[in-house]
Design a protein around this ligand. Structure first.
Ligand code: ACM
Length: 559
């Protein structure tokens, strides 16, 4: 009898383990309890939703239609609860937990219920449900079998971000929506849209049409890895109209993703300067593009040019009244497009050579009693911050904004390691961690990449192992670390296949860093789930790096 019981228990545990191993939700939820049996979803299942969950119910409905060809009817339910019924999926927002944006997903043979603590919580429950559905668009018998379970889940960090540089290479509006979908699938909630660069200004500003008609296009691009092998002489560029931006912002908001626009200043401004040379301290001087990197058209040109090569350039915004008025007008058009409470104003990599050479800047340093050109950078940022604060918004800047004194209400994005973030948190400022060593997805992920990258080496395991809270911070200081973000700079990313190759699967790994409870993070387990995660990528139709499937990285590590 005892033997029989042992065998039964063993079989039961094997069955449960097997069932559990089929659950491959990324990011890993805080708690999954397996049940028994399955829920059967068919085209005659209804989606019953509460009044505050209509948007999410519609998202679920269109996902099922577009991906499985199942057209489920939507039914509004006005009561607070409705009894369990296998005939309908129930989607409700209900404050039932203290954890922000938490949800409970309950699946039984006679019930499929989604309860989110907040509107995003409802959406996150739906994302978890979608990852329980088959990773194929072809249903053999027009029904979906979903294992019984209960998931109780909530995010660890309130800021879970992905960035995209559309300045070095432009990606069209329709693709930006796809990128936002990918973020939503892994429960990211911020998209940092880097809209202005030396190589291209990408946002329509009606008052300054030359920003896009001139600044949105360049005469050619460096070939190969810097210093490269010449210029391709192919005109390149593009920009988003304000109408497109409004549509993208709404698309993101429908997926509970906040877009933070970045208008870079005072450096990385060559494209704006090409459009409006008065922004430079030296408007008459031709833009420097080394002869061996320049397009033929730009070699012949005089005056200011949109950059065609990579790096950091000396021709930056002059801190003149012309520049401040220009930037305020730009900000006046940018802010109403983006409901985010933040606007990112860059602040990184601003060489001081032009300001050193400029008699105007030297006089300004004296007049304002500033210490030096770093003081001038701080003056620049603080003046812009004051203007943005006066419009009811806050700034985020790269960690260089600490130099010469941090603007009073600024949030710092720590990219040159974690030191800037640690310093800012100690000063009581909010911080978003994006250190190069763990969060720069433009870095190689394979020791032998078959296409050019900017360099560095950031394999999946390093991303997965990242801990955004530095050990040196006290509990109080650590509260200022809102979360982290991966950055995708696009010098060497000129098409969507490469873009996706660079983010997948590292983005999924980062989503667990930011969402899952710290104690639940387990790289060996993530690796085991990778084949299923890859199946999901195939289902989504995205490209991804296969470096992790064949053990190539592990072998390279051992050498
Ligand atoms: C940066 O990577 N320059 C923020």
């Amino acid at each position: 009898m005892k033997k029989l019981l042992t065998v039964v228990l063993l079989l039961l545990s094997l069955t449960l383990t097997k069932a559990f191993s089929q659950i491959n939700i990324v990011p890993q939820p805080a708690e999954i309890k397996m049940g028994t049996g399955n829920y059967i979803l068919t085209a005659s299942t209804k989606i019953m939703y509460g009044p505050s969950a209509e948007k999410q119910a519609k998202y679920l409905q269109s996902f099922l239609k577009n991906n499985y060809g199942l057209s489920l009817a939507l039914v509004l339910h006005n009561g607070k609860t409705c009894g369990s019924s296998a005939a309908s999926i129930q989607v409700f927002q209900k404050a039932n937990s203290t954890a922000a944006d938490s949800y409970e997903l309950t699946i039984a043979s006679d019930k499929l219920s989604i309860e989110g603590n907040t509107a995003p919580g409802v959406f996150y429950a739906i994302q978890s449900l979608l990852q329980l559905l088959p990773a194929t668009h072809e249903l053999s018998d027009k029904k979906i079998t979903i294992p019984a379970l209960v998931i109780n889940d909530h995010p660890r960090f309130s800021y879970r971000g992905m960035h995209l540089d559309v300045g070095r290479h432009f990606f069209p509006a329709d693709y930006i929506k796809k990128y936002i979908d990918y973020l939503a699938f892994n429960k990211f909630n911020y998209f940092h849209w880097h809209l202005t660069e030396d190589q291209g200004w990408r946002i329509e500003i009606k008052r300054y049409p030359r920003l896009t008609s001139v600044g949105g296009f360049r005469n050619g691009t460096l070939i190969g890895r810097y210093p490269g092998t010449g210029n391709d002489n192919k005109p390149d560029g593009g920009f988003y109209t304000q109408q497109e931006i409004k549509e993208i912002v709404k698309y993101a908001a429908d997926r509970y993703i906040t877009i933070i626009p970045e208008i870079e200043l005072p450096g990385h401004g060559s494209a704006a300067i090409a459009a409006y040379p008065q922004l430079s301290c030296f408007p008459e001087q031709k833009t420097v593009i080394p002869e061996n990197m320049s397009s033929e058209a730009s070699k012949k040109a005089t005056g200011k040019l949109v950059q065609e090569t990579w790096g950091v350039f000396e021709d930056v915004f002059c801190p003149s009244e012309y520049t401040f008025t220009f930037l305020q007008h730009v900000i006046d058009e940018v802010l109403p497009l983006f409901p985010a409470k933040y606007i990112h104003i860059g602040g990184d990599e601003c060489p001081k050579e032009a300001w050193k050479k400029s008699a105007f800047c030297q006089q300004l340093i004296k007049d304002k009693n500033l210490k030096d050109e770093h003081g001038l950078q701080s003056y620049f940022i603080q003046r812009i911050e004051k203007y943005i604060n006066s419009k009811g918004k806050k700034i985020i800047g790269w960690d260089e904004i600490l130099e010469g004194g941090l603007a009073p209400n600024a949030t710092v994005m720590s990219w040159r390691g974690e030191e800037g973030g640690i310093e800012a948190a100690k000063q009581g400022h909010d911080v978003i961690m994006t250190p190069g060593g763990t969060c720069y997805f433009d870095h190689s992920q394979n020791k032998k990449e078959d296409s050019v990258t900017i360099g560095g080496y950031l394999p999946l395991q390093t991303v997965y192992g990242y801990e955004p809270i530095p050990a040196v911070l006290s509990t109080e200081q650590a509260k200022h670390v809102l979360g982290a973000q991966a950055n995708l700079w696009t010098e060497y990313i000129s098409n969507t296949a490469k873009l996706e190759y660079m983010i997948f699967p590292r983005m999924s790994a980062l989503s667990e860093v930011l969402w899952s409870p710290k104690e639940k993070r387990n790289y060996a387990d993530f690796e085991k789930r990778l084949p299923a995660i890859i199946e999901r990528y195939n289902f989504w139709g995205v490209n991804f790096s296969k470096a992790y499937l064949d053990g190539a990285n592990t072998a390279a590590e051992k050498k």
